[in-house]
Design a protein around this ligand. Sequence first.
Ligand SMILES: CC(C)(COP(=O)(O)OP(=O)(O)OC[C@H]1O[C@@H](n2cnc3c(N)ncnc32)[C@H](O)[C@@H]1OP(=O)(O)O)[C@@H](O)C(=O)NCCC(=O)NCCS
Length: 149
Amino acid sequence: MCPIIEYSDAIHRAQVMALWQVAFGYEDAHNAPDLVIDKKLAMDDGLFFVAMAEGAVAGTIMAGYDGHRGWLYSVAVHPAQRKQGLGGALVRHAENALIRRGCLKINLQIRGGNERVAAFYESLGFVIEPRVSMGKRIGQNIQAALPPW
Ligand SMILES: CC(C)(COP(=O)(O)OP(=O)(O)OC[C@H]1O[C@@H](n2cnc3c(N)ncnc32)[C@H](O)[C@@H]1OP(=O)(O)O)[C@@H](O)C(=O)NCCC(=O)NCCS
C-alpha cells in the first residue's frame, strides 16, 4: 500500500499543485493551489497529508479541526491510481488524525456537479445530511493574497 505522510513543502508542492490541477481545475482566486497551500502551512496543524507511489505524490487530503467539527478538503487521487483503495486510505488517515484530536463529527462538502462522488464517501461511512451549505468570500483578504500583477 502507498505510504501516507505529512506534506513537506520543499518536496511536495509542485507535484501537489499539478495533481490538483488535474483533479479539480481551478476557477476561483481563493482556491489557487499556491495560496491554499500557503494558508494551510500557516496554520501549522499537521493536517495536510500526501500519499506516495514510487516516490511521487499520488494523492492528497487536507483536514481541519476548529474544536467543534472536523472537515475534510482537497481529497484527490491521481487518475492513474484511482479505484485501488488510495482515496479511502487517505480519508481514513485524516479521520484518524481528527479522532486523535478529540473530534466528534467530521463534515465535508461536495461541489455541485460532482454529486456522484457521494458514493465514495458513503462507502467510508459518511451519510448525506439535509443541510444548506452557505459561504461568503472575504474580498479584501482574497485581494491582499493575490499576486500584484
Ligand atoms: C474521489 C477520489 C479521491 C476517489 O479516489 P480512489 O482512490 O479512486 O478511491 P477508492 O479506490 O478508495 O474508492 C473507494 C470506493 O469509492 C468508489 N468511488 C471512487 N470514486 C468514485 C466516484 N467518483 N464516483 C462513484 N464512486 C466512486 C470506488 O468504486 C470504491 O468503491 P468499491 O471499493 O466498492 O469499488 C478520486 O476519484 C478523485 O480524486 N476524484 C477527483 C477529485 C474529487 O472529486 N475529489 C472529491 C472532492 S469532494
